[in-house]
Design a protein around this ligand. Structure first.
Ligand code: SF4
Length: 370
């Protein structure tokens, strides 16, 4: 058992998808032949950790809902038998809308899943086909109905703005249909052209045209204003929550609360230590029969790294940075921060970006780095 870690957060990575979306830069594979061995390896890796303090669980990917009922049951059984589920505040599973059946919703509910995050991405079926998403707009609402029927009422849906211009696509119409779906949380991201994706090749070949930055910004401002009108709190650059429904697990990343990441490519963090599991999927799947341990890329954070992390992560959120966290690092960091903080808002110990600056946050935050 890994002695140093009694993490508050547990992230489990499922690197499988039934098909690949054209914009996706994440690693995932569509061959499920090793999915069962992968779940065994996840369980084997979890045995290394003291999970007694886990308060949030997040099953992400990839697409965890593609694992199917049998493999999910095996994984959920391990969690239920090794974690005090009564102490778990939030248990999130990422799902693709077309995977969410009554059976899957009931299974998740039975094992204590109390939050589901789904990639809706658009409510325009032609756009969903362009993006190579597997679901339709109607399936988003159907999935929500299945989840609510089983008692899962804390639901996030994702949306992508800044799409390439098409004569058949109108952003406002799409966004308004998305906004009209009642969920407790919405994550809204700008489309990015990740290197090596089919989407970026289409851009390079001149088959599509990227939306100009000022139009992307106009869409972001439209979204921000509408979400506030609809009663959502804009608590992080890309995240909006109904009162009391911030994503606890994700907030812990921004607050630098300890977490352990299980699975291929997953990262863990505690104190001043980070590590990333750097095994290939095939090697990772051979962990249990070989009785090996995962290999890690270790990173002991220096004071300067910790300072930069506090600034970068804190300023993503409406809570901002607590100046006392910087003071604790020493005068050098405290003075540097204050000297460069003129572009921030200040209220008591809290320094934060004005919401109108969130679109250019990378630029402002990089000016505060040391
Ligand atoms: S479902 Fe998600 S992880 Fe899988 S290819 Fe699409 S965007 Fe990427």
């Amino acid at each position: 058992m890994e002695e140093r870690v009694a993490p508050r957060g547990l992230y489990i990575h499922i690197p499988f998808c039934k098909s690949r979306c054209i914009y996706c830069g994440f690693f995932s594979q569509t061959n499920f032949s090793i999915a069962a061995a992968y779940v065994d390896a996840l369980i084997y890796e979890m045995q290394r950790y003291d999970l007694s303090q886990v308060r949030t669980i997040y099953l992400g990917g990839g697409t965890p809902s593609t694992l199917g009922v049998l493999l999910l049951t095996k994984l959920f059984d391990y969690l239920r038998n090794n974690i005090d589920m009564c102490a778990v505040e939030e248990f999130t599973v990422e799902c693709n809308p077309d995977d969410v059946s009554d059976e899957l919703a009931a299974l998740m509910c039975r094992y204590g899943v109390n939050r589901v995050s789904m990639g809706a991405q658009s409510m325009n079926d032609q756009m969903l086909r362009f993006l190579s998403r597997r679901h339709t707009a109607a399936q988003v609402s159907q999935a929500i109905a299945h989840l609510e029927a089983c008692g899962i009422y804390n639901i996030n849906i994702d949306f992508i703005f800044g799409m390439p211009a098409f004569d058949w696509y109108k952003f406002e119409t799409d966004f308004e249909q998305f906004a009209a779906i009642h969920t407790q949380h919405k994550s809204i991201y700008a489309l990015s052209y990740e290197e090596g994706t089919p989407l970026s090749r289409m851009l390079a070949d001149g088959k599509i045209t990227a939306l100009p930055d000022d139009e992307v910004r106009t869409q972001y401002e439209y979204i921000t204003a509408r979400m506030q009108q609809l009663g959502y709190e804009h608590y992080e650059i890309s995240n909006y929550a109904q009162p009391q429904h911030r994503a606890i697990h994700n907030c812990n990343y921004w607050n630098r609360t300890s977490y352990v990441g299980i699975g291929v490519g997953s990262s863990s963090f505690w104190g001043s230590h980070r590590h990333t599991n750097n095994m290939s999927l095939a090697d990772y799947c051979s962990l249990p029969p070989m009785h090996r341990n995962p290999t890690y890329e270790n990173d002991e954070l220096a004071q300067q790294d910790i300072y930069n992390e506090i600034v970068m992560l804190g300023l993503r959120t409406s809570d901002g940075v607590n100046i006392n966290d910087i003071k604790r690092l020493g005068n050098k960091y405290y003075e540097h921060f204050l000297q460069h903080a003129s572009s921030l808002q200040n209220c008591g110990d809290r320094y934060y970006l004005a919401e109108t600056d969130w679109f250019i946050s990378d630029y402002i935050v990089s000016g505060l780095f040391l």
